[in-house]
Design a protein around this ligand. Structure first.
Ligand SMILES: C[C@@H](O)[C@H](NC(=O)OP(=O)(O)OC[C@H]1O[C@@H](n2cnc3c(N)ncnc32)[C@H](O)[C@@H]1O)C(=O)O
Ligand SMILES: Nc1ncnc2c1ncn2[C@@H]1O[C@H](COP(=O)(O)OP(=O)(O)OP(=O)(O)O)[C@@H](O)[C@H]1O
Ligand SMILES: [Fe+2]
Length: 568
């Protein structure tokens, strides 16, 4: 029997705190959700307690979902009221996942319908794509145990950037535990932030990766130093959410996408949504956040993605249905996109996106005439080419989503750093644009125009591998000299027939830590994965180039960075 094209699917979720069951009917687009939340009496989530909660609560929520399925089913009584059972296979807490996996297997057998194993993080993304009716958005997952940026490319959701330590919700919850507030802390911080004023806290982004450990220790320290808790909450939100918004903008800029969706429990925060909406508005992109019941953990998103997977025949044999606490979104072969799914829309939508990108981001080419067209919009800056002088003027414009104090600080600091490190890199033998003027107060630079194209657009050319090898050598030279680029992406490299230039050093800094050097390579690696059709030979090439000049220990550390499961 071939899968129904408008299936009805029962979903079960239980990765951490939400014991949840849902029924999705693809025909009516109706999603019925029943959730029983685990609320720890003290501290954070205890894996064993929450598994017990799953054990006690799952049967009841499943029963209510099944009742609903029966009530809304107009087929014969002899047939099951759903076509498949979908469940969260991971990531999540092992004991919880196993409880839910067992329930899902039993149910699929007793109903006599196939089992579908859903990646929880991909479900957070797909529910946004489903409710927005977007085609190929960048997705910001802002949940408790995770925080990452995903974009679809060649059959997978690629991780463009992610937290280097804890998930965003967990970071906030750790602060509120320190203050003595009960779990979950996110809503309490949102409430307390209403009466706060801005104080400086560490702001850490590395390309499209980011880290919360510095800001969380600083926040706890401020609390111990008697700084008003409202001010800390307000500033935590302003800083953390600005980081997430900035990396989202960078992902839009790098991929050329003009659609952003939000997923995850922290997405219920109004200030985060406001910032993302303002950023998208400022750059002419579309933003969508699903309704709150689809943002926090819920079985509705599992049922919706389960239905897409079921329609694509992507079901699991019982013996292959093991759960996986470290299940990464980029491990999932995406079977349900393209092909049958809205292929016409796919074409039109990507066509539109291209037109928009061409309008906003015309190729920079010297001597192309019409000055108004010679403007490129990066994630941070507007870059104008003056055809008369062959120079570019780069201006970091104020970002309306950011608190003005933070915005001012970042734009000035980065402009100063960019000027200094661009020159320093050239002294180390790395081709960079010659600087003719810098004005930190106005966050403005004047630079030589370099290269004929962005590396992003030349990755598939004959010289792609050679360019990338150059980048490996260049990064090694910077690291040998004691600093990092900070944002080495395929858009921050300009190339022509005989040179490979590094540009945009605004996120660079001096450091002698191997970890920072490895991170620099990791950022470039992720941008290759996000922008190349065939990234593997290029990933090898950057390592080869690095090995020519740099320290082998950095490459060893890079393997370490890649191997880290970041589900803490
Ligand atoms: C693997 C899975 O178990 C895990 N689930 C999870 O983290 O639950 P989720 O519902 O997506 O997010 C819960 C987090 O969302 C935060 N949160 C809830 N409401 C919030 C608000 N208004 N502002 C900020 N954070 C909020 C909570 O503090 C908590 O840390 C995940 O998706 O990472
Ligand atoms: N000196 C230059 N010569 C030629 N092209 C340049 C130069 N500087 C910038 N560009 C072009 O403008 C684009 C954006 O510049 P840049 O990366 O400096 O801005 P940004 O806003 O910091 O970008 P992002 O943060 O997205 O990397 C580059 O990808 C490149 O195409
Ligand atoms: Fe989640």
């Amino acid at each position: 029997m071939s899968p129904s094209s408008a299936p009805r699917v029962l979903g079960i979720e239980g990765t951490a705190w939400a014991a949840s069951a849902a029924v999705f009917d693809a025909e009516t687009d109706d999603v019925f959700i029943e959730t029983d939340a685990y609320e720890p009496e003290s501290g954070g989530i205890h894996p064993r307690e929450s598994a017990e909660h799953m054990h006690d609560a799952i049967p009841a929520v499943v029963e209510r979902a099944l009742d609903h399925a029966h009530e809304t089913f107009d087929g014969p009584d002899s047939e099951p009221p759903v076509d498949a059972v979908a469940f969260s296979r991971g990531p999540g807490l092992g004991p919880c996942l196993r409880t839910v996996g067992t329930a899902a297997r039993a149910l699929s057998q007793s109903l006599g319908v196939p089992l579908v194993g859903v990646n929880h993080m991909v479900a957070h993304l797909e529910i946004g794509r489903h409710t927005a009716d977007f085609d190929s958005p960048v997705c910001l997952n802002a949940s408790g145990a995770n925080a990452h940026l995903l974009a679809y490319r060649n059959g997978r959701y690629r991780v463009l950037g992610e937290t280097m330590d804890t998930g965003v919700g967990n970071a906030i919850d750790k602060f509120t535990r320190h203050v003595g507030w009960s779990h979950p802390g996110g809503p309490k911080v949102e409430q307390a932030a209403k009466d706060g004023e801005f104080i400086d806290l560490p702001y850490v982004v590395k390309g499209m990766d980011f880290s919360f450990s510095g800001i969380m220790s600083a926040a706890k320290q401020r609390y111990d130093d008697d700084v008003a808790v409202a001010d800390i909450c307000y500033s935590l939100q302003e800083t953390i959410f600005a980081m997430l918004t900035e990396v989202s903008e960078r992902a839009l800029s790098l991929t050329g996408s003009d659609e952003l969706v939000l997923g995850g429990g922290v997405g219920q925060n109004a200030r985060l949504r406001e910032m993302l909406a303002a950023m998208c508005d400022q750059r002419g992109a579309d933003f969508h956040a699903p309704e709150p019941r689809f943002l926090r953990d819920n079985a509705g998103m599992i049922a919706v993605l389960g239905a897409k997977m079921y329609a694509a025949d992507d079901t699991l044999a019982l013996e292959d249905s093991r759960v996986d606490p470290n299940f990464r979104p980029d491990q999932v072969p995406v079977t349900w996109r393209g092909g049958s799914e809205r292929s016409e829309d796919l074409e039109t939508a990507s066509g539109d996106a291209k037109t928009r990108e061409q309008r906003e981001e015309p190729e920079l080419a010297p001597g192309r005439g019409a000055s108004r067209d010679d403007q490129v919009r990066g994630a941070e800056a507007l870059v104008d080419l003056d055809p008369a002088t062959g120079r570019v003027r780069k201006r970091r414009k104020p970002k309306t989503y950011r608190h003005p104090t933070l915005d001012d600080r970042l734009r000035r600091e980065r402009t100063t750093l960019e000027a200094r490190l661009t020159n320093l890199a050239r002294r180390e033998g790395v081709p960079t644009p010659v600087l003719s003027d810098v004005d930190p107060r106005e966050a403005r630079l004047e630079l030589e125009f370099v290269g004929a194209a962005d590396l992003r657009d030349e990755l598939g050319s004959d010289r792609g591998v050679a360019y990338v090898r150059d980048v490996g050598r260049h990064l090694a030279r910077l690291h040998e000299a004691g600093f990092v680029h900070g944002d080495p992406t395929t858009r921050n490299v300009r190339v022509n027939a005989d040179r490979t230039y590094l540009i945009d050093f605004g996120l660079g800094y001096h450091t002698d830590h191997i970890e920072d050097y490895a991170m620099d390579l990791h950022v470039f690696d992720q941008s290759l994965v996000g922008t190349a059709d065939d990234p593997e030979p290029l990933r090898d090439a950057v390592r080869e180039g690095y090995r020519d000049v740099g320290d082998e220990r950095v490459l060893e550390r890079l393997r370490d960075v890649e191997g880290r499961g970041r589900y803490t």
